[in-house]
Design a protein around this ligand. Structure first.
Ligand SMILES: CSC[C@H]1O[C@H](OP(=O)(O)O)[C@H](O)[C@@H]1O
Length: 383
């Protein structure tokens, strides 16, 4: 069946650059980031030689997305240790660079714990730095493995909920390889459906104001040859009304103990639409995104970002050489306009059909299973 809204899939002419990688050039170790503020127009790598550079990259979303923030935070601790910076200070700066994604503080804590354990045994700084790096690499591997497990579990859930085997999925923000050590979270499920021949359409919310969907999910969908269609966030409602959405797949930045889900702003309205139209609303996130110490949605700190991101249009450099850099955009609202710009919103558990993690699937809407996931998260994140 042809659809007049079909995007032009592309299989991509070469693998995407890694979202982040550790390098050890002669003048000292560095963390290399694929600068996501420059995509899709340019694939530019940022070389971070110190923690302030990495903190800036996190705050400007050059590196972004909950799971990869945890990995970057862990490598940041290793970078500080390897270069002889104050590791405790570096961990404090990294862990607080963005408040909502629980994974960031978790990744920092993982590497810092490995570093401290070696120091406490009386070993030298070099050994402690190596321990921090080994922990960052381990977290990187675990995330890649978790991504594959979530993709399999998520596809099995779609097949169970949506008999008929050809799914029209709506997704919000970006949850692919750019946020992960592997293929991502929610996007990894859509990719698995595509590879299994069971993705009829991926509806991609543009995700104002920073356009993670239009810039990054469309980029990843095109590179993977998915049939995708971009839409303004405002158009999602009419898709539901037309019966063109079979399920919503989104990621998460923090899931509270009661099953409330903090995710990119615009997720909550999608949950309300999904509920009204009897469409499954599925959250895909590693178990480490579940925070047992945050009791409910009201307890989640939602990052408030600069109003300039709303009153200006910022976009990656344009093919023609015109450059509109992040934060130096084209003014669209009258100068002096104040803007409300929360980076996330919170969806209550009663609107969440299922949470898919690498260790299992639970259904907050029926009250089942979130306690077990909290226990699993505690096991993983406290150890
Ligand atoms: C699965 S993590 C991706 C998650 O992170 C995004 O936020 P940001 O782009 O601000 O880092 C968004 O909430 C995604 O769902």
């Amino acid at each position: 069946m042809t659809d007049q809204y079909a995007g032009t899939p592309s299989d991509g002419d070469r693998p995407m650059l890694p979202v982040l990688r550790w390098e050890e050039p002669p003048d000292g170790p560095v963390l290399v980031l694929l600068d996501q503020t420059r995509l899709p127009a340019e694939e530019v790598e940022l070389i971070c030689t110190d923690v302030p550079a990495l903190v800036r990259a996190i705050r400007t979303l050059a590196v972004r997305g909950a799971p990869v923030l945890g990995i970057a935070g862990a490598y940041g601790v290793a970078l500080a240790a390897a270069r002889g910076y104050d590791v405790e200070e570096a961990a404090a700066q990294l862990g607080s660079a963005r408040p909502t994604a629980v994974n960031l503080a978790y990744g920092v804590r993982r590497a810092l714990g490995a570093y401290r354990a070696v120091v406490e045994k009386g070993a030298d700084e070099k050994a402690a730095a190596e321990a921090a790096l080994a922990e960052a690499r381990q977290l990187h591997r675990e995330d890649a493995e978790g991504s594959a497990a979530m993709a399999a579990k998520g596809l099995a859930l779609l097949d169970e909920l949506l008999p008929g085997g050809s799914h029209r999925i709506l997704t919000h923000c970006n949850t692919g390889a750019l946020v992960s050590g592997g293929e991502g979270t929610a996007f990894a499920v859509a990719l698995a459906a595509h590879k299994a021949g069971r993705l009829r359409r991926l509806w991609v919310d543009e995700t104002r104001p920073l356009l993670q969907g239009a810039r990054l999910t469309a980029y990843e969908a095109a590179r993977n040859g998915l049939s995708y269609t971009l839409l303004t966030d405002n158009a999602a409602g009419s898709l539901f009304a037309a019966g063109k959405v079979d399920a919503v797949l989104i990621g998460a930045d923090r899931i509270a103990a009661d099953g409330s889900v903090a995710n990119k702003v615009g997720s909550y309205p999608l949950a309300v639409l999904a509920k009204y139209h009897h469409v499954p609303f599925i959250v895909v996130a590693p178990v480490t995104t579940i925070d047992p110490d945050t009791p409910d949605g009201a307890s989640i700190e939602v990052e408030q970002r600069s109003g300039r991101e709303v009153t200006q249009l910022t976009a990656p450099p344009q093919a023609g050489g015109a450059t509109v850099r992040q934060g130096v955009g084209v003014q669209v609202a009258p100068l002096g306009t104040q803007a409300y710009n929360p980076a996330f919103d919170v969806t209550p558990p009663e609107l969440v059909t299922a949470i898919v993690t690498e260790v299992g699937v639970v259904s907050p809407v029926t009250g089942g299973g979130i306690e077990e996931l909290c226990a699993r998260s505690r096991q993983v994140t406290i150890s």
